[in-house]
Structures are given as C-alpha cells and as structure tokens.
Ligand binder design. Sequence first.
Ligand code: 2IP
Ligand code: CA
Ligand code: CA
Length: 377
Amino acid sequence: MADLLRLLLRVAEKAANVARVCRQEAPLFQLLVQEKTGDDKNKKFVQDFKTLADVVIQEVIRHDVGAQFPEMAGFIHGEESNKFENGLGESVTVTVCRTEEETAALLSTVLDGDHTAASLLARAIHQDPATVDTSTDGLTVPLSPSELGIWIDPIDATSQYIEGREEVLEEGHLSPSGLHCALVLIGVYLRSTGEPVMGVINQPFNHKDPAGGGWRGKHFWGVSCGSINVCSVSRPKDGTGRGLSVVLSSSEKQVVKEALTSLCGPDKLVYASGAGYKILCVIQGLADAYVLSEGSTFKWDSCAPHALLRALGGGIVDLSKTLQSNVGPQDHKAELTYHQPHTECKGADRWANHGGLVAYRDCSQLCSIIGALKGKL
Ligand code: 2IP
Ligand code: CA
Ligand code: CA
C-alpha cells in the first residue's frame, strides 16, 4: 500500500494548495477574514465560507482517494459534513465534479453566486499539485484497501488559519501560535482493531519563499504496521539529562500545570495552539510529550500524527484510562483507537477522545508523566 501513501501525500498537497489559495487570492481572502458585521444573512454567509474552505478540502481528499481505491470509499470520514446551507437557506451538497467548470458552478451556488471566488477554488481543486518528494521507494506495506479506513481533518487549528499571523520558524524551536499551526491531517487505521497504521501531515504555511513566491509547505509521513515502522522524521536524539519538556493547551487545567511543573520545572512547560501541531512538536522532538486532560480532541485530530509517533516507537494513550489502570502505561489497551464511536453520544462527540490524552515518544517518559498526574485528576 505504498501507492496509498504516495496518493495521500499528493492529495494533502492539493489540500494545502486550496488552503493557501483561500488566503492568497483577494476575492477568497476577503471572505475569510471579513468582519462579522451586517445583517444576519451576511454573518451566516461569512461563517459558512470559513466552513466551506474545510468542506472543500475534505471533499477533495475523499474524492481522490475514493477514485483510486473504491474499496475505501465508504470508510473515508472527516470532521466536516458536505451538506451545506447557503445564505439563501438552500441546501447544497458540496462534491468534486468531473470538470473544473462543473465544480465552479456548484461552488457558486454555495457562495451566493460569487463566480470569481468559485472559479478560483475550483481551479485549485482540479489542478495537479507539484510533485511531492517522498522518498518512499522500496517501501512495501502489507495492507489491502479493504482493511482500512481514513480520518481527515481538512484544517486543524482553524482559528490560527483565519487569524493568519505570520511567524518565521526557527529550526529546532517551538513557535506557539500563528499560521504554521494550521495542518492538513490524513490518518489511516485498521478497520478491525482501530490501530493507526499510516499518517500524512501537511503544514501548508511552513515558510515564505525567499524569492517572493508566497507560502511554501512541508510534509511529514509515517507508516507503522507490524514490523514495518518508517517515518519521514528521524527519531530525535535522546535528551537524557536534559529534563522532560511537555507541551499543553493554554486552556489546560491548573492542577495539571502544577503537577507537571513539579515534574519538569517551570521552563519545561510550553503552550501551543492546535492539537495536531502539538503532536507534531512531539514527533519533531520540539517537546517530549503533549498532555491534554479534556475530551476536546477528536479522532480526526489524532489519527494521522498518532501513526507517525508509533513509527518512532511512541504513541498516544487515553489519559483517564491510563490513570485508572493498574497495569503500566505501556499496556496497549490504553492506546487510542479509531474504529468505534461512543454510541451513547451525538454528533461530533461520538468521535471525541473523551478521556484526554498523552502523546509521547518514549515509554519511560510516559510513565513519569502518569506518575506525576496520578491522584491529581
Ligand atoms: C481544534 C484545534 C484547537 C484545539 C482543539 C481542536 O481543531 O486544534 O486548536 O484546541 O482541541 O479540536 P487547543 O489549541 O486548545 O489545543 P479545529 O481547529 O479543527 O476545530
Ligand atoms: Ca481539529
Ligand atoms: Ca478542522
């Protein structure tokens, strides 16, 4: 299934192009950042456009993967629904059509007849992305499409995407907020066990082209399946003696901050936006772990980066299950899985990571964190 990986890298790059186009092209950008003033219809329209960027990206991914792997078509899930109500109260199903013109015509009905904006979006959807350098040659993945399902978060950290603050990233340095926190996340899991087996992360706004050609992205991928564990990011050097560093949401509970300060020291706790970006920081070694005590992330947030962490020898556990369990945190029963909804819940909550989570690269560091939090939550 190395061809699935190559397809996901390509389609994630296409998704990143759509995300960049929405910020770069004036007619789309104005819709994205327009102040929410004016009458209700206008407010709703602006709100809708923000969702539309997400919906369009998710549909592009779903369309392209379903076209090449029809066996997967019914198992490609994401954060967004493609049913859309436009400013006139009409219900429109957003799909990728056969031709660019047809897609533009369909999008125009969602965009209340704004043909310019619709054509710009349709062009990005139908354009082949620049070839992504993947170095996946020689990789074989012993899985078949009929065993797999997919979780998509078309844009994670939407608030950072819309706010759009530009940061210059320093190599080896975690930058807490800004456009670079917005990520396209595509995760693949095994339908039978829910294990994450493949993940692609595209960071559409990694750096500005020095020659003035706008934003350039960066991509990351990983495969973890049986004895095959490959990741585009090499395992960061062991920082023994350096002390443990943990990344948190700025809205994390005070008790958690205090317990982790005792464990790591005050300057080893850092805060960053975006659930996906925080896990990416752990993957890249910019932090050792990400702790979240709330159920505020979903399967589409964690599936893709989880596969990369597993390929590096780490993982993501359910925090509350791990705290309750008598067996050690390495017990794989506490690793997050992706195939079963919480049937007692409604809507997005069916797919929430209810118990919170800890994303880690190193099991012994996970043990220290669990030790520090035991009895505190
Ligand atoms: C959000 C986004 C938020 C995150 C939240 C996610 O996804 O990643 O940034 O909160 O958990 O569900 P925080 O930044 O506090 O970690 P989206 O942007 O897709 O809604
Ligand atoms: Ca998200
Ligand atoms: Ca999202």
